[in-house]
Design a protein around this ligand. Structure first.
Ligand code: SER
Length: 502
């Protein structure tokens, strides 16, 4: 069964159970300041759960593009992804636990054909209803495990919103795949039990302080990652061996001349490059642009990681565009926006990767110079200050500096680097305080009636205006003497204010 077939089968199955199929939404959440990126199928369902909007039907199902920043560092293993597709069925105050569990079981065993004896379930501690509905499916009691909030309570997505106890479904890949411990079971942490689905029993709206109030009606939110389920039905132990990833991995292999499956480190680098290239393509396709903050930074970080891991495979010229092209070709029938924005996506990738390549090259030159400094050449230790400068100014990860150093017999002063990082954090904290605590000698301190200075810089960079107030040491003054330092507050300003002092 291909990934495409799996996606279609899921939607058909739930359509058959009276669900309205709705299109997935953008990776950039609409009107949702609590989230950086769409991280689950339920994101667009939130206003329905909260009773803020009337749903087009009480039963909905979708295939949703998702992006999870929490897993970036884990990418490279066999199952964690930043970008993935989530299949979900939702009940907005309609059916609840009984149907959800029965239908998940029916779909997985009868339509995906997963053998019953490979399946396990986990439930929230005291959720006896869920326990009994699992028993009804035929699941033996000893394969229904109970866990606390950490494992079996889902949400909210972001800092507030709908949440509730959940039940997870696991597939046992077999003893030979895992840690081999007799105690190995779902949530062990090894690769043996793959979580293939989550059924959330949405019951609460949680506020920013963690207070929970009941939702208008108990509701359902389920999620099944296509990639992991495709791996199971295709008899693979890794998502990268499914038809969803093989063409991309082949492309990385062709570009780098490296074979997948021969060396652990090479394999892991190939997986990172493959996964990140796919994620980058979808992010730009939905309008995310590289930048130093927010979702733009997520994109930039992903692209840089992909380029760096590419170097480990010997790819030192821009190459990400080529993997993006394959991604677009492979996914455009499901996500036509990729094809529509193809030129734009490829251009942005190429520009950003080229720019990073130049940064990387200047950084490499700098490392050469550092290593050639006589005092450093003799100790063979790259000082923490230099490692930090490479990191801070050139975006050079410490591990890269270490690796380059090691290849020439140098070590890096990691403690010194950590000290510099600490200093940086202190500086950042001071800057944050700057704006609010009146640390600027001549900044606003006691003046509360002037809130915002109108910014006129969009129409011109010169402005004739009035001085509203003058400040010395944070206090308003009527006059200042020649030579005295002071701050002034203007009626309008063409200066663009970003943060305190800038
Ligand atoms: N919201 C749950 C999840 O993301 C189920 O869809 O796992």
């Amino acid at each position: 069964m291909t990934g495409d077939e799996l996606r279609a089968l899921f939607l058909e199955f739930f359509e058959g159970k009276g669900h309205k199929i709705i299109p997935g939404s953008s990776l950039i959440p609409q009107d949702d300041p609590t989230l950086l990126l769409t991280s689950a199928g339920m994101v667009q369902i939130k206003p329905y759960f909260l009773g803020e909007l009337e749903p087009p039907s009480r039963r909905l199902a979708s295939c949703q593009k998702c992006f999870r920043t929490t897993d970036i560092e884990r990418v490279g293993d066999t199952s964690h992804l930043t970008f993935f597709e989530m299949l979900g069925n939702f009940s907005v105050g309609d059916y609840f636990k009984k149907e959800t569990i029965a239908w998940a079981w029916e779909f997985i065993t009868q339509h995906l054909g997963m053998p019953e004896d490979r399946l396990w379930a986990s439930i929230f501690l005291d959720d006896d209803d869920a326990f009994n509905y699992w028993l009804d499916t035929g699941m033996p009691a000893d394969k229904i495990l109970r866990f606390g909030e950490e494992d079996n309570f889902w949400g909210p997505a972001g800092d507030s919103g709908p949440c509730g106890p959940d039940s997870e479904i696991f597939y046992d890949l077999g003893e030979e795949v895992g840690c081999g411990k007799p105690s190995c079971a779902p949530n062990c942490g090894c690769d043996r039990f793959v979580e293939i689905g989550t059924l959330v029993f949405m019951q609460f709206n949680q506020d920013k302080n963690g207070n929970r109030t009941p939702l208008p009606k108990p509701s359902i939110d389920t999620g099944m990652g296509i990639e992991r389920n495709a791996a199971v039905v295709q008899g693979k132990t890794s998502v990268y061996e499914t038809d969803l990833f093989v063409p991309l991995l082949d492309c990385v292999s062709r570009l780098s001349g490296k074979k997948y499956g021969t060396d652990n480190e090479i394999d892991s680098a190939m997986r990172v490059v493959t996964e990140h290239s796919r994620g980058i393509t979808f992010l730009i396709g939905d309008g995310v642009m590289p930048s130093n903050e927010g979702r733009g930074y997520v994109l930039r970080r992903l692209l840089r990681r992909a380029a760096l891991f590419g170097r480990r495979l010997g790819l030192d010229r821009p190459f990400l565009k080529e993997i993006a092209e394959i991604t677009i070709r492979q996914m455009e029938h499901v996500y036509p926006e990729l094809k529509q924005r193809q030129d734009f996506i490829l251009n942005i990738i190429e520009m950003e990767e080229t720019r990073f390549g130049e940064t990387l090259n200047s950084g490499l030159e700098l490392i050469e110079n550092i290593m050639a400094t006589p005092s450093i050449k003799s100790t063979k230790i790259i000082p923490g200050e230099d490692v930090f400068r490479l990191y801070d100014t050139y975006g050079f990860p410490v591990e890269l500096t270490s690796e380059i150093g090691a290849s020439r017999g140098f070590t890096v002063d990691l403690e010194g680097f950590d000290r510099e990082m600490d200093k940086q954090r202190q500086r950042a904290k001071a800057v944050q305080k700057f704006g609010s605590a009146g640390m600027v000698k001549n900044g606003v301190n006691n003046i509360v009636d002037i809130m915002t200075t109108p910014f006129v810089g969009y129409s011109g960079t010169k402005q004739r205006t009035e001085i509203l107030s003058m400040l010395v040491n944070g206090d308003s003054v009527r006059s200042i003497a020649q030579g005295q330092e002071a701050g002034i507050i203007l009626a309008e300003t063409p200066f663009y204010g970003e943060m305190g002092g800038r």
